[in-house]
Design a protein around this ligand. Structure first.
Ligand code: S3P
Length: 441
């Protein structure tokens, strides 16, 4: 069955998972590589690039700025503009991608033209002042044309000066936006983080020859001014996305009798905290290093054996390291013994959906005892998971995928509605669910 176009799916109970899987390429790295390759001179070949809706939206936006791309022989080939972008003749539609809009805003702020970006209803409801403020301080004019500091975003780019910026929230998107603008600025640009976040941008820029210095929570680079950086095209390979692997890691970890192996998973240290959290809950996870990917990231084979888990607490500096996996922590908590607490995670409220709300609502539909807090969730584990109910995706790709893990343990099949959003990050999700022994139709 071609599930790519299906709007609704029924997930059946499944007591254990097994097999070996390679998940699709990392979404964060794919976004960044697309943008940097679009600035380079020549044609870059990127193997393992994530061919999902979010990433294709970025590629299409980059063609509006003068780059060209094609998928050929399983790899992406991007021909860059060699320096600065061309003025777009149209509004750039970033679809659902917050990473796309926020990072590209940084690059657009350094171009000597006016550009405009928009997105779907979810993206147009997400906060953009967090990038407008530093970019304006650097010298760009940023107009937020939507309601209450939201997209569409109109950017009048030009002469930027380096700044030191301390974002009030831990956000790799904000950090990356400022650093990418910094490439086109005069002088030094520094970002000082409240808590360290994923460093894909820093790693890729270093690989492209930009000296990036890191001292504690301060990341700095020296800009090239208006002419922009001179990147040369090259071959890259992208590791599997740990945020996609996370669904299967959690599903296997919570189900005694499961034995699952995930290959070539990206192991950026600022992305892999879910593994620590699950281990703290009692999970049996072994990690064997694979040769590193060309995108300068560690990769590993992750083996998971199912166990009975106990509840845990997550908060503080751990949150940015598992921000996209928090719905899964809630799901693991629902299946564990005792209580699981997620705190200091208010950023979840401004993701593709309000993920505190969308997780709490769906857990409650499945009969799980859950309390919604302003900055997190409290979950009482070991309740019976009620099947025969319908899950609402809230248009947020990670919600139906996370709820599928819980549906495996329901006492009857669970319907997932409005699931087209899964294609934004993981179009093969339902096929992979079947590969590891699950049943969805
Ligand atoms: C991302 C950073 C995170 C994450 C998002 C991707 C990135 O957002 O939630 O899915 O690629 O930089 P924030 O940095 O805003 O928390």
């Amino acid at each position: 069955m071609n599930t790519a176009a299906v709007q609704s799916i029924l997930v059946s109970p499944c007591s254990r998972l097994g097999g070996t899987l390679s998940v699709p390429g990392d979404k964060s790295i794919s976004h960044r590589l697309a943008m940097l390759a679009a600035l380079a001179s020549g044609t870059s070949t990127i193997s393992g690039f994530l061919k999902s809706e979010d990433c294709v939206n970025i590629l299409d936006a980059l063609t509006g700025l003068g780059a060209r791309y094609e998928f050929s022989g399983g790899a992406l080939r991007i021909t860059g503009v060699g320096g600065v972008f061309k003025a777009p003749a149209r509004v750039l539609d970033m679809g659902n991608s917050g990473t796309g809009m926020r990072l590209l805003a940084g690059l657009l702020a350094g171009q000597s033209f006016v550009s405009e970006m928009t997105g779907d209803a979810s993206l147009r409801s997400r906060p953009m002042r967090r990038i407008a403020e530093p970019l304006e301080r650097m010298g760009a004019r940023i107009e937020l044309l939507g309601d209450k500091g939201c997209a569409p975003v109109r950017i009048t780019g030009g002469s930027l000066k380096g700044i030191e910026y301390a974002p009030p929230v831990a956000s790799a998107q904000v950090k990356s936006c400022v650093l990418l603008a910094g490439l086109f600025a005069e002088g030094l640009t520094s970002v000082v983080e409240v808590s360290p976040t994923r460093d894909h941008t820093e790693r890729l820029l270093t690989a492209m020859g930009v000296p990036v210095t890191v001292a504690g929570n301060r990341v700095s680079l020296r800009g090239c001014g208006k002419k922009g950086p001179s990147f040369t095209a090259r071959a890259w390979s992208v590791p599997g996305d740990i945020s996609s692997a996370a669904f299967w890691i959690t599903a296997a970890a919570v189900a005694p009798g499961s034995m699952l192996e995930l290959r070539r998973v990206g192991m950026n240290p600022r992305r892999s905290a879910l593994l620590n959290v699950l281990r703290r809950m009692g999970a049996a996870i072994t990690i064997t290093d694979d040769p590193a990917a060309d995108a300068c990231e560690a990769m590993a084979t992750i083996r998971v054996e199912g166990r009975a888990l106990t509840g845990t607490e997550v908060g503080g500096a751990e949150i940015p390291d598992l921000i996209d996996e928090l719905p899964l922590v809630a799901v693991a908590g629902a299946l564990a013994t005792g209580r699981t607490v997620i705190r200091e995670a208010a950023e979840l409220r401004v993701k593709e959906s309000d993920r505190i709300r969308s997780v709490a609502d769906n857990l409650a539909r499945l009969g799980v005892k859950v309390e919604e807090r302003p900055d997190g969730l409290i979950i009482e584990g070991s309740t019976r998971v009620r099947g025969g109910v319908t899950i609402d995706s809230y248009g947020d790709h990670r919600i139906p995928m996370a709820m599928s893990v819980l549906a495996f343990h329901a006492d009857a099949p669970v319907r997932m509605d409005n699931i087209a959003c899964v294609n934004k990050s993981y179009p093969e999700f339902w096929d992979d669910l079947r590969k590891v022994g699950g049943h969805a139709e």
